[in-house]
Design a protein around this ligand. Structure first.
Ligand code: DX5
Ligand code: ZN
Length: 216
């Protein structure tokens, strides 16, 4: 299982320290949430913060764009060191073109689905994508409760991927904790994002190790 701590829940006054904690931990990727205040009702952080993260990070950067019209920024995010660039299905009129543009910039392409968006809508692009991100909360904020319907969507995503022998990884984002990590992986999830559960813990490094161990 790939574990991607979300830096949205980190202490931005000590960002370098948070990045170094993740570097030294058993975590696999950095999950970076970019919000524009339009696609979602919140504004997180943008390019200057991403460049600081990139400067210190020694693990892949998994960048989750919660922005409208993401095509405008694909090359900017490539230059800022993004390894995986995930856009929302709901924000892309020409999703196929957007996916190709991400890959043309040398990044892995991810597509995220809001909790209300059916997995079946990805049928015609599933073979083109590297990551299928299922939102298990409504995007915009950390610290929300996990939506139980996600398990069903993980099983549907897994079936869709196997049916056409696609290679996309299934990533789950929102409300992930030790309560649901094991069941999510058993349902077919390959990657888990966790923000507040890690950064609000007394010992984040140990919490990362516990999450990794629970699904070995
Ligand atoms: C929510 C973000 C998540 C968020 C997860 O819009 O996409 O990545 O940081 O935070 P937790 O794990 O606290 O739900
Ligand atoms: Zn996210």
């Amino acid at each position: 299982m790939i574990l991607a701590p979300s830096l949205l829940a980190a202490d931005f006054g000590n960002l370098q320290q948070a990045v170094e904690m993740v570097n030294a931990s058993e975590a696999d990727w950095f999950h970076i949430d970019i919000m524009d205040g339009v696609f979602v009702p919140n504004i997180s952080y943008g390019m200057p913060i991403l460049s600081v993260i990139h400067k210190h990070a020694t693990k892949p950067l998994d960048v989750h764009l919660m922005i409208i019209d993401p095509d405008r920024y694909i090359s900017t995010f490539a230059k800022l060191g993004s390894d995986i660039l995930t856009v929302h299905y709901e924000a892309c009129t020409h999703l196929h073109r957007t996916i190709q543009a991400i890959k043309a910039e040398g990044m892995k392409a991810g597509v995220a689905l809001n909790p209300h968006t059916p997995v079946a809508l990805l049928e015609d692009v599933i073979q083109d994508i590297d990551v299928l991100l299922l939102m298990s909360v409504n995007p915009g904020f950390g610290g929300q409760s996990f939506i139980e319907n996600t398990y069903k969507k993980v099983r549907q995503a897994k079936a869709l991927i196997e049916q056409v022998e696609a290679h996309a990884l299934i990533e789950i984002d929102g409300g992930v904790s030790l309560k649901n990590a094991k069941a999510l992986v058993e349902a077919g999830a390959d990657a888990l994002v966790a923000g507040s559960f890690i950064f609000n813990a007394t010992n984040p490094t140990q919490t990362i190790a516990e999450l990794k161990k629970t699904v070995l």
